[in-house]
Design a protein around this ligand. Structure first.
Ligand code: NAD
Length: 482
Protein backbone atom coordinates (compact mmCIF):
# COMPACT_ATOMS: atom_id res chain seq x y z
CA UNK A 1 0.00 0.00 0.00
CA UNK A 2 1.65 3.22 -1.20
CA UNK A 3 2.07 5.87 1.48
CA UNK A 4 -0.33 8.79 1.16
CA UNK A 5 1.77 11.86 0.40
CA UNK A 6 0.47 15.27 -0.62
CA UNK A 7 3.20 16.80 -2.78
CA UNK A 8 4.53 20.02 -1.28
CA UNK A 9 3.32 23.36 -2.70
CA UNK A 10 1.29 21.70 -5.44
CA UNK A 11 -2.27 21.36 -6.68
CA UNK A 12 -4.06 18.70 -8.71
CA UNK A 13 -5.13 19.77 -12.18
CA UNK A 14 -5.85 17.48 -15.12
CA UNK A 15 -4.61 14.44 -13.22
CA UNK A 16 -1.19 15.99 -12.52
CA UNK A 17 0.33 17.58 -9.44
CA UNK A 18 1.65 20.98 -10.49
CA UNK A 19 2.87 24.17 -8.88
CA UNK A 20 0.81 27.35 -9.16
CA UNK A 21 1.45 29.32 -12.36
CA UNK A 22 3.13 32.08 -10.34
CA UNK A 23 4.75 29.51 -8.02
CA UNK A 24 2.74 30.92 -5.10
CA UNK A 25 2.53 28.85 -1.92
CA UNK A 26 0.12 28.66 0.97
CA UNK A 27 1.61 27.55 4.29
CA UNK A 28 -0.74 25.38 6.35
CA UNK A 29 -0.38 25.53 10.15
CA UNK A 30 -1.22 23.22 13.06
CA UNK A 31 -3.68 25.30 15.13
CA UNK A 32 -2.39 23.83 18.40
CA UNK A 33 1.21 24.95 17.90
CA UNK A 34 1.34 27.37 15.00
CA UNK A 35 3.90 25.05 13.42
CA UNK A 36 3.74 24.90 9.62
CA UNK A 37 2.71 21.39 8.60
CA UNK A 38 3.28 21.81 4.90
CA UNK A 39 2.58 24.12 1.97
CA UNK A 40 0.12 23.71 -0.88
CA UNK A 41 0.04 25.70 -4.12
CA UNK A 42 -1.67 29.09 -3.79
CA UNK A 43 -3.91 29.16 -6.83
CA UNK A 44 -4.65 32.36 -8.69
CA UNK A 45 -6.84 33.24 -11.66
CA UNK A 46 -4.57 31.51 -14.22
CA UNK A 47 -4.67 28.25 -12.24
CA UNK A 48 -8.45 28.47 -12.07
CA UNK A 49 -8.53 28.91 -15.85
CA UNK A 50 -6.38 25.79 -16.23
CA UNK A 51 -8.55 23.74 -13.88
CA UNK A 52 -11.81 24.79 -15.52
CA UNK A 53 -10.36 24.10 -18.97
CA UNK A 54 -9.27 20.62 -17.85
CA UNK A 55 -12.72 19.92 -16.39
CA UNK A 56 -14.38 21.10 -19.62
CA UNK A 57 -12.17 18.83 -21.72
CA UNK A 58 -12.91 15.86 -19.48
CA UNK A 59 -16.66 16.44 -19.32
CA UNK A 60 -17.93 14.86 -22.59
CA UNK A 61 -16.00 11.64 -22.00
CA UNK A 62 -16.98 11.42 -18.34
CA UNK A 63 -20.66 12.15 -19.02
CA UNK A 64 -20.63 9.38 -21.64
CA UNK A 65 -19.33 6.69 -19.26
CA UNK A 66 -22.00 4.37 -17.99
CA UNK A 67 -23.41 5.16 -14.55
CA UNK A 68 -22.21 1.79 -13.30
CA UNK A 69 -18.64 2.60 -14.42
CA UNK A 70 -18.81 5.86 -12.51
CA UNK A 71 -20.18 3.98 -9.52
CA UNK A 72 -17.33 1.45 -9.74
CA UNK A 73 -14.71 4.21 -9.69
CA UNK A 74 -16.39 5.86 -6.72
CA UNK A 75 -16.41 2.49 -4.96
CA UNK A 76 -12.71 2.01 -5.66
CA UNK A 77 -12.10 5.50 -4.25
CA UNK A 78 -13.97 4.64 -1.05
CA UNK A 79 -11.97 1.41 -0.72
CA UNK A 80 -8.70 3.29 -0.99
CA UNK A 81 -9.92 5.69 1.69
CA UNK A 82 -10.63 2.64 3.83
CA UNK A 83 -6.99 1.57 3.39
CA UNK A 84 -5.69 4.97 4.53
CA UNK A 85 -8.04 5.85 7.38
CA UNK A 86 -5.35 6.56 9.96
CA UNK A 87 -3.23 8.74 7.65
CA UNK A 88 -6.29 10.69 6.53
CA UNK A 89 -7.55 11.04 10.11
CA UNK A 90 -4.22 12.55 11.15
CA UNK A 91 -4.27 14.97 8.23
CA UNK A 92 -7.82 16.12 8.98
CA UNK A 93 -7.26 16.33 12.75
CA UNK A 94 -3.99 18.24 12.58
CA UNK A 95 -5.08 20.61 9.85
CA UNK A 96 -8.29 21.69 11.62
CA UNK A 97 -7.10 21.11 15.20
CA UNK A 98 -9.72 18.54 16.12
CA UNK A 99 -8.96 15.48 18.27
CA UNK A 100 -7.72 12.44 16.36
CA UNK A 101 -10.95 10.58 17.15
CA UNK A 102 -12.86 13.44 15.47
CA UNK A 103 -10.59 13.22 12.42
CA UNK A 104 -11.18 9.48 12.25
CA UNK A 105 -14.94 9.92 12.51
CA UNK A 106 -14.87 12.44 9.65
CA UNK A 107 -12.89 10.05 7.45
CA UNK A 108 -15.37 7.25 8.14
CA UNK A 109 -18.23 9.57 7.25
CA UNK A 110 -16.46 10.73 4.07
CA UNK A 111 -15.85 7.15 3.02
CA UNK A 112 -19.47 6.23 3.77
CA UNK A 113 -20.75 9.14 1.68
CA UNK A 114 -18.62 8.16 -1.30
CA UNK A 115 -19.79 4.55 -0.97
CA UNK A 116 -23.37 5.79 -0.85
CA UNK A 117 -23.02 7.70 -4.11
CA UNK A 118 -21.14 4.79 -5.69
CA UNK A 119 -24.35 2.85 -5.15
CA UNK A 120 -26.58 5.73 -6.23
CA UNK A 121 -24.82 6.42 -9.54
CA UNK A 122 -26.91 3.91 -11.50
CA UNK A 123 -30.16 4.68 -9.67
CA UNK A 124 -30.74 8.08 -11.25
CA UNK A 125 -33.76 7.86 -13.51
CA UNK A 126 -36.21 10.10 -15.32
CA UNK A 127 -39.96 9.51 -15.59
CA UNK A 128 -42.48 8.96 -18.35
CA UNK A 129 -44.94 11.81 -18.62
CA UNK A 130 -48.71 11.79 -19.17
CA UNK A 131 -49.76 12.75 -22.71
CA UNK A 132 -53.02 13.96 -24.24
CA UNK A 133 -53.46 10.89 -26.47
CA UNK A 134 -51.62 7.61 -26.99
CA UNK A 135 -50.08 9.15 -30.11
CA UNK A 136 -47.47 10.88 -27.98
CA UNK A 137 -44.68 9.83 -25.69
CA UNK A 138 -43.28 12.15 -23.05
CA UNK A 139 -40.36 11.44 -20.76
CA UNK A 140 -37.60 13.19 -18.82
CA UNK A 141 -33.84 12.84 -18.94
CA UNK A 142 -31.63 13.66 -15.95
CA UNK A 143 -28.49 15.22 -17.34
CA UNK A 144 -25.32 16.51 -15.69
CA UNK A 145 -24.68 20.25 -15.79
CA UNK A 146 -21.08 20.08 -16.99
CA UNK A 147 -18.36 21.62 -14.84
CA UNK A 148 -19.33 21.99 -11.18
CA UNK A 149 -17.41 24.42 -8.99
CA UNK A 150 -17.35 23.25 -5.38
CA UNK A 151 -16.14 25.72 -2.74
CA UNK A 152 -15.92 24.50 0.85
CA UNK A 153 -14.88 25.86 4.28
CA UNK A 154 -12.25 24.60 6.70
CA UNK A 155 -14.26 23.03 9.51
CA UNK A 156 -14.99 19.51 8.18
CA UNK A 157 -13.04 19.40 4.92
CA UNK A 158 -13.02 15.63 4.38
CA UNK A 159 -16.78 15.27 4.87
CA UNK A 160 -17.63 18.30 2.75
CA UNK A 161 -15.36 17.12 -0.06
CA UNK A 162 -17.14 13.77 -0.14
CA UNK A 163 -20.63 15.23 0.28
CA UNK A 164 -20.29 17.55 -2.71
CA UNK A 165 -17.79 15.91 -5.04
CA UNK A 166 -19.22 12.38 -4.94
CA UNK A 167 -22.81 13.19 -6.03
CA UNK A 168 -21.54 15.60 -8.70
CA UNK A 169 -19.25 12.95 -10.18
CA UNK A 170 -21.82 10.17 -9.82
CA UNK A 171 -24.27 12.24 -11.87
CA UNK A 172 -21.70 12.66 -14.66
CA UNK A 173 -20.34 16.15 -13.95
CA UNK A 174 -16.69 17.07 -13.72
CA UNK A 175 -15.52 19.10 -10.72
CA UNK A 176 -13.18 21.89 -9.75
CA UNK A 177 -12.93 21.84 -5.96
CA UNK A 178 -11.57 24.79 -4.01
CA UNK A 179 -11.04 23.90 -0.38
CA UNK A 180 -10.45 26.61 2.19
CA UNK A 181 -7.04 28.27 2.31
CA UNK A 182 -7.15 27.55 6.06
CA UNK A 183 -7.44 23.73 5.94
CA UNK A 184 -6.91 22.30 2.44
CA UNK A 185 -4.94 19.14 3.26
CA UNK A 186 -7.65 16.48 3.59
CA UNK A 187 -9.29 17.47 0.27
CA UNK A 188 -5.90 17.16 -1.46
CA UNK A 189 -5.25 13.80 0.22
CA UNK A 190 -8.68 12.54 -0.85
CA UNK A 191 -8.08 13.81 -4.40
CA UNK A 192 -4.79 11.91 -4.55
CA UNK A 193 -6.70 8.74 -3.65
CA UNK A 194 -9.26 9.53 -6.37
CA UNK A 195 -6.37 9.84 -8.82
CA UNK A 196 -5.07 6.44 -7.71
CA UNK A 197 -8.57 4.99 -8.01
CA UNK A 198 -8.40 5.76 -11.73
CA UNK A 199 -10.67 8.74 -12.35
CA UNK A 200 -9.68 10.10 -15.78
CA UNK A 201 -7.57 13.30 -15.83
CA UNK A 202 -9.61 16.47 -15.45
CA UNK A 203 -12.63 14.79 -13.87
CA UNK A 204 -11.65 16.02 -10.38
CA UNK A 205 -9.38 19.05 -10.09
CA UNK A 206 -8.43 20.57 -6.75
CA UNK A 207 -6.81 23.91 -6.10
CA UNK A 208 -6.49 25.97 -2.96
CA UNK A 209 -6.19 29.72 -2.75
CA UNK A 210 -7.74 32.68 -1.03
CA UNK A 211 -11.46 33.27 -1.35
CA UNK A 212 -11.19 36.76 -2.81
CA UNK A 213 -8.71 35.44 -5.33
CA UNK A 214 -9.09 31.79 -6.46
CA UNK A 215 -12.59 31.47 -4.95
CA UNK A 216 -13.97 34.53 -6.69
CA UNK A 217 -12.23 33.60 -9.96
CA UNK A 218 -13.80 30.14 -9.88
CA UNK A 219 -17.33 31.17 -8.94
CA UNK A 220 -17.45 33.91 -11.57
CA UNK A 221 -15.81 31.80 -14.28
CA UNK A 222 -17.87 31.61 -17.48
CA UNK A 223 -16.74 28.01 -18.00
CA UNK A 224 -18.48 26.83 -14.82
CA UNK A 225 -22.02 25.41 -15.16
CA UNK A 226 -23.02 24.88 -11.52
CA UNK A 227 -21.79 26.20 -8.18
CA UNK A 228 -21.97 24.41 -4.90
CA UNK A 229 -20.94 26.51 -1.94
CA UNK A 230 -20.57 25.65 1.73
CA UNK A 231 -19.47 28.45 4.03
CA UNK A 232 -20.58 31.64 5.66
CA UNK A 233 -23.80 33.46 4.82
CA UNK A 234 -21.88 36.60 3.80
CA UNK A 235 -19.77 34.69 1.26
CA UNK A 236 -22.88 32.85 0.05
CA UNK A 237 -24.44 36.20 -0.84
CA UNK A 238 -21.30 37.29 -2.73
CA UNK A 239 -21.27 34.02 -4.66
CA UNK A 240 -24.92 34.31 -5.62
CA UNK A 241 -24.23 37.79 -6.96
CA UNK A 242 -21.32 36.44 -9.02
CA UNK A 243 -23.45 33.53 -10.26
CA UNK A 244 -26.12 35.94 -11.46
CA UNK A 245 -23.73 37.31 -14.07
CA UNK A 246 -23.33 33.90 -15.71
CA UNK A 247 -26.85 32.68 -14.82
CA UNK A 248 -25.48 29.60 -13.13
CA UNK A 249 -27.47 27.60 -10.56
CA UNK A 250 -26.14 27.76 -7.02
CA UNK A 251 -26.49 25.33 -4.14
CA UNK A 252 -25.85 27.03 -0.80
CA UNK A 253 -25.13 25.52 2.62
CA UNK A 254 -24.44 28.38 5.01
CA UNK A 255 -24.27 29.26 8.68
CA UNK A 256 -26.49 28.41 11.61
CA UNK A 257 -27.62 29.37 15.11
CA UNK A 258 -29.31 26.15 16.06
CA UNK A 259 -31.45 25.90 19.19
CA UNK A 260 -31.68 23.07 21.66
CA UNK A 261 -35.15 23.53 23.18
CA UNK A 262 -35.37 21.81 26.52
CA UNK A 263 -38.70 21.25 28.29
CA UNK A 264 -38.93 20.38 31.98
CA UNK A 265 -40.26 16.90 31.18
CA UNK A 266 -37.18 15.92 29.13
CA UNK A 267 -34.76 13.25 30.25
CA UNK A 268 -32.04 15.58 31.51
CA UNK A 269 -29.48 12.79 31.89
CA UNK A 270 -29.65 12.23 28.13
CA UNK A 271 -30.18 15.81 27.07
CA UNK A 272 -27.43 17.58 29.01
CA UNK A 273 -24.42 15.61 27.69
CA UNK A 274 -25.82 15.88 24.16
CA UNK A 275 -26.33 19.63 24.49
CA UNK A 276 -22.75 20.09 25.73
CA UNK A 277 -21.46 17.86 22.92
CA UNK A 278 -23.43 19.88 20.40
CA UNK A 279 -21.44 23.03 21.18
CA UNK A 280 -18.03 21.57 22.03
CA UNK A 281 -17.60 19.00 19.23
CA UNK A 282 -15.05 20.46 16.79
CA UNK A 283 -14.73 23.34 19.30
CA UNK A 284 -18.18 24.56 18.28
CA UNK A 285 -16.99 25.12 14.70
CA UNK A 286 -19.90 23.30 13.06
CA UNK A 287 -22.64 24.87 10.99
CA UNK A 288 -25.26 22.90 12.94
CA UNK A 289 -23.67 23.56 16.40
CA UNK A 290 -26.27 23.82 19.16
CA UNK A 291 -25.27 27.37 20.04
CA UNK A 292 -28.57 28.40 21.65
CA UNK A 293 -30.09 26.63 24.64
CA UNK A 294 -33.73 27.55 25.25
CA UNK A 295 -34.75 26.08 28.58
CA UNK A 296 -38.11 25.96 30.32
CA UNK A 297 -38.13 28.36 33.27
CA UNK A 298 -38.97 25.75 35.93
CA UNK A 299 -35.75 23.78 35.32
CA UNK A 300 -33.49 26.60 34.24
CA UNK A 301 -31.31 26.87 37.34
CA UNK A 302 -30.71 23.13 37.54
CA UNK A 303 -30.00 22.80 33.81
CA UNK A 304 -27.65 25.78 33.65
CA UNK A 305 -25.67 24.46 36.60
CA UNK A 306 -25.40 20.94 35.19
CA UNK A 307 -24.47 22.17 31.71
CA UNK A 308 -21.84 24.49 33.18
CA UNK A 309 -20.37 21.69 35.26
CA UNK A 310 -19.97 19.50 32.18
CA UNK A 311 -18.55 22.35 30.14
CA UNK A 312 -15.88 22.93 32.81
CA UNK A 313 -14.97 19.23 32.65
CA UNK A 314 -14.32 19.22 28.89
CA UNK A 315 -10.72 18.12 28.37
CA UNK A 316 -8.85 20.37 25.96
CA UNK A 317 -5.66 19.63 24.06
CA UNK A 318 -3.90 19.30 20.72
CA UNK A 319 -5.05 16.81 18.11
CA UNK A 320 -2.60 14.07 19.08
CA UNK A 321 -3.54 14.20 22.77
CA UNK A 322 -6.97 13.08 21.51
CA UNK A 323 -8.99 14.68 24.30
CA UNK A 324 -12.52 16.10 24.00
CA UNK A 325 -11.82 19.40 22.27
CA UNK A 326 -9.00 21.04 20.34
CA UNK A 327 -8.15 24.66 19.60
CA UNK A 328 -9.93 27.00 17.26
CA UNK A 329 -8.60 26.80 13.75
CA UNK A 330 -6.48 29.96 13.62
CA UNK A 331 -5.76 33.35 15.15
CA UNK A 332 -8.52 35.16 13.23
CA UNK A 333 -11.10 32.72 14.55
CA UNK A 334 -9.64 32.94 18.07
CA UNK A 335 -9.77 36.75 18.15
CA UNK A 336 -13.29 36.67 16.74
CA UNK A 337 -14.56 34.28 19.43
CA UNK A 338 -12.80 36.21 22.21
CA UNK A 339 -14.56 39.33 20.90
CA UNK A 340 -17.93 37.67 21.59
CA UNK A 341 -16.75 36.57 25.05
CA UNK A 342 -15.71 40.11 25.93
CA UNK A 343 -18.84 41.70 24.48
CA UNK A 344 -21.52 39.45 25.99
CA UNK A 345 -21.38 40.78 29.59
CA UNK A 346 -21.79 44.34 28.25
CA UNK A 347 -25.02 43.15 26.62
CA UNK A 348 -26.26 41.95 30.02
CA UNK A 349 -25.42 38.22 29.74
CA UNK A 350 -24.29 36.42 32.89
CA UNK A 351 -21.10 34.37 32.56
CA UNK A 352 -21.54 30.93 34.14
CA UNK A 353 -18.56 28.93 32.85
CA UNK A 354 -15.41 29.58 30.85
CA UNK A 355 -15.19 33.01 29.31
CA UNK A 356 -11.64 33.30 27.99
CA UNK A 357 -8.55 31.62 26.53
CA UNK A 358 -7.72 28.13 27.75
CA UNK A 359 -4.05 27.97 28.73
CA UNK A 360 -1.57 30.71 28.08
CA UNK A 361 0.04 29.50 24.88
CA UNK A 362 -0.14 31.62 21.76
CA UNK A 363 -0.08 30.40 19.09
CA UNK A 364 -2.28 27.57 20.20
CA UNK A 365 -5.77 28.94 19.74
CA UNK A 366 -7.52 27.29 22.68
CA UNK A 367 -10.60 28.82 24.29
CA UNK A 368 -12.63 27.59 27.25
CA UNK A 369 -16.03 26.04 26.69
CA UNK A 370 -18.24 28.91 27.76
CA UNK A 371 -21.81 29.31 29.00
CA UNK A 372 -23.66 32.61 29.19
CA UNK A 373 -27.06 32.73 30.86
CA UNK A 374 -29.78 35.41 30.59
CA UNK A 375 -28.69 36.25 27.06
CA UNK A 376 -30.65 39.13 25.61
CA UNK A 377 -32.57 37.97 22.52
CA UNK A 378 -31.43 41.06 20.61
CA UNK A 379 -27.75 40.71 21.49
CA UNK A 380 -25.01 39.64 19.09
CA UNK A 381 -24.45 36.49 21.12
CA UNK A 382 -28.08 35.47 20.66
CA UNK A 383 -28.24 36.30 16.96
CA UNK A 384 -24.85 35.81 15.31
CA UNK A 385 -22.97 32.65 14.51
CA UNK A 386 -19.99 32.63 16.89
CA UNK A 387 -18.44 29.44 15.53
CA UNK A 388 -16.79 28.56 18.83
CA UNK A 389 -17.64 26.60 22.01
CA UNK A 390 -19.95 29.31 23.33
CA UNK A 391 -23.46 28.53 24.54
CA UNK A 392 -26.14 31.24 24.87
CA UNK A 393 -28.90 30.31 27.34
CA UNK A 394 -32.37 31.88 27.33
CA UNK A 395 -35.48 30.81 29.24
CA UNK A 396 -39.04 30.35 28.05
CA UNK A 397 -42.42 29.58 29.56
CA UNK A 398 -44.83 27.40 27.62
CA UNK A 399 -44.91 25.91 24.15
CA UNK A 400 -45.98 29.08 22.34
CA UNK A 401 -43.01 31.06 23.59
CA UNK A 402 -40.69 28.14 22.84
CA UNK A 403 -41.78 28.17 19.19
CA UNK A 404 -41.42 31.94 18.92
CA UNK A 405 -37.93 31.82 20.40
CA UNK A 406 -36.82 28.93 18.20
CA UNK A 407 -37.87 30.91 15.17
CA UNK A 408 -36.43 34.21 16.40
CA UNK A 409 -33.30 33.87 14.27
CA UNK A 410 -32.24 34.64 10.73
CA UNK A 411 -30.92 31.10 10.38
CA UNK A 412 -32.81 27.87 9.73
CA UNK A 413 -30.49 24.89 9.81
CA UNK A 414 -31.28 22.54 12.71
CA UNK A 415 -33.61 22.60 15.71
CA UNK A 416 -33.47 20.03 18.52
CA UNK A 417 -36.48 19.46 20.74
CA UNK A 418 -36.12 17.77 24.10
CA UNK A 419 -39.39 16.62 25.71
CA UNK A 420 -41.18 13.42 26.72
CA UNK A 421 -44.47 14.76 25.34
CA UNK A 422 -44.59 13.27 21.84
CA UNK A 423 -47.44 15.35 20.48
CA UNK A 424 -45.77 18.55 21.67
CA UNK A 425 -42.54 17.50 19.95
CA UNK A 426 -44.38 16.82 16.70
CA UNK A 427 -46.23 20.14 16.84
CA UNK A 428 -42.96 22.00 17.35
CA UNK A 429 -41.29 20.05 14.57
CA UNK A 430 -44.01 21.31 12.26
CA UNK A 431 -43.85 24.93 13.40
CA UNK A 432 -40.13 25.49 13.50
CA UNK A 433 -38.60 27.02 10.39
CA UNK A 434 -35.46 24.98 9.85
CA UNK A 435 -34.26 22.45 7.32
CA UNK A 436 -33.72 19.76 9.93
CA UNK A 437 -35.36 18.90 13.23
CA UNK A 438 -34.35 16.31 15.78
CA UNK A 439 -36.27 15.12 18.80
CA UNK A 440 -34.62 13.86 21.98
CA UNK A 441 -31.23 13.65 20.32
CA UNK A 442 -28.85 16.06 18.70
CA UNK A 443 -28.62 16.13 14.88
CA UNK A 444 -29.67 13.46 12.43
CA UNK A 445 -30.33 9.76 12.71
CA UNK A 446 -26.69 8.91 12.07
CA UNK A 447 -27.46 7.37 8.70
CA UNK A 448 -25.41 8.25 5.62
CA UNK A 449 -27.81 9.65 3.06
CA UNK A 450 -30.04 11.38 5.59
CA UNK A 451 -31.26 14.72 4.19
CA UNK A 452 -29.12 17.74 5.07
CA UNK A 453 -31.45 20.63 4.31
CA UNK A 454 -31.46 24.34 5.09
CA UNK A 455 -33.96 27.21 5.25
CA UNK A 456 -33.74 31.01 5.60
CA UNK A 457 -30.22 32.48 5.83
CA UNK A 458 -28.77 29.00 6.28
CA UNK A 459 -29.18 28.49 2.55
CA UNK A 460 -31.11 26.24 0.26
CA UNK A 461 -30.02 22.88 -0.87
CA UNK A 462 -30.98 19.30 -0.70
CA UNK A 463 -27.86 17.66 0.50
CA UNK A 464 -27.09 14.42 2.19
CA UNK A 465 -28.64 11.72 0.08
CA UNK A 466 -30.27 10.72 -3.14
CA UNK A 467 -31.79 14.21 -3.43
CA UNK A 468 -28.22 15.54 -3.71
CA UNK A 469 -27.83 13.62 -6.98
CA UNK A 470 -30.77 15.57 -8.35
CA UNK A 471 -29.14 18.83 -7.23
CA UNK A 472 -26.31 17.98 -9.61
CA UNK A 473 -28.52 17.20 -12.59
CA UNK A 474 -30.79 19.20 -14.83
CA UNK A 475 -34.01 17.73 -16.11
CA UNK A 476 -34.92 17.70 -19.78
CA UNK A 477 -38.48 16.98 -20.91
CA UNK A 478 -38.82 15.18 -24.24
CA UNK A 479 -42.12 15.12 -26.16
CA UNK A 480 -42.44 12.76 -29.14
CA UNK A 481 -45.26 12.40 -31.65
CA UNK A 482 -45.33 8.73 -32.51
P1 NAD B 1 -16.09 31.41 4.38
O1 NAD B 1 -17.40 31.79 3.79
O2 NAD B 1 -15.19 32.48 4.84
O3 NAD B 1 -15.24 30.56 3.31
C1 NAD B 1 -15.72 29.39 2.74
C2 NAD B 1 -15.02 29.15 1.42
O4 NAD B 1 -15.35 30.21 0.52
C3 NAD B 1 -13.50 29.14 1.51
O5 NAD B 1 -12.99 28.17 0.63
C4 NAD B 1 -13.12 30.54 1.04
O6 NAD B 1 -11.83 30.61 0.49
C5 NAD B 1 -14.17 30.78 -0.02
N1 NAD B 1 -14.46 32.19 -0.30
C6 NAD B 1 -14.37 33.26 0.53
N2 NAD B 1 -14.73 34.39 -0.11
C7 NAD B 1 -15.09 34.03 -1.36
C8 NAD B 1 -15.58 34.74 -2.49
N3 NAD B 1 -15.78 36.06 -2.47
N4 NAD B 1 -15.86 34.06 -3.63
C9 NAD B 1 -15.68 32.71 -3.67
N5 NAD B 1 -15.20 31.98 -2.64
C10 NAD B 1 -14.91 32.64 -1.49
O7 NAD B 1 -16.41 30.37 5.54
P2 NAD B 1 -15.37 29.67 6.55
O8 NAD B 1 -14.96 30.67 7.59
O9 NAD B 1 -14.33 28.95 5.78
O10 NAD B 1 -16.32 28.55 7.21
C11 NAD B 1 -17.19 28.78 8.24
C12 NAD B 1 -18.62 28.92 7.75
O11 NAD B 1 -19.01 27.77 7.02
C13 NAD B 1 -19.61 29.03 8.89
O12 NAD B 1 -20.53 30.07 8.61
C14 NAD B 1 -20.33 27.69 8.88
O13 NAD B 1 -21.62 27.70 9.42
C15 NAD B 1 -20.33 27.38 7.43
N6 NAD B 1 -20.57 25.94 7.18
C16 NAD B 1 -21.80 25.55 6.71
C17 NAD B 1 -22.07 24.19 6.51
C18 NAD B 1 -23.42 23.73 6.01
O14 NAD B 1 -23.52 22.60 5.57
N7 NAD B 1 -24.45 24.56 6.09
C19 NAD B 1 -21.09 23.24 6.79
C20 NAD B 1 -19.87 23.67 7.28
C21 NAD B 1 -19.61 25.04 7.47
Amino acid sequence: MAELVIPSAQQLIDGEWTTARDAGELPVADPATGQIIQAVARAGRADVDDAVAAARRAFPGWAATSPSERGALLRRWSELIGEHVEELARVEARDVGKPLSGGRMNVFIARGIIEYFAGAADKLTGVTLPTRTPDYLGYTLQEPYGVCAVVIPWNVPAVLTAANVAPALAAGNTVVLKPSEVAPLAPFALAELARRAGFPPGVLNVLAGFGADAGAALTSHPGVNHISFVGSTATGRAIMRAAAENLVPVKLELGGKSPNVLFADADLDVAIPAIVGSITENAGQNCYAGSRLLVEASVRDEVVERVAERMRAVRIGPWDADLDMGPLVNEAQYRRVLGYLEGAPHDGARLVAGGGPAGDREPGWFVQPTVFDRVDPGSRLAREEVFGPVLAVQEFSGTRQAVDMMNDTDFGLLACIWTSDVSRALRLAREVRSGQVSVNQFADAGVIGYPFNMQKDSGFSRGGGYAAMREYTQEKAVAVRL
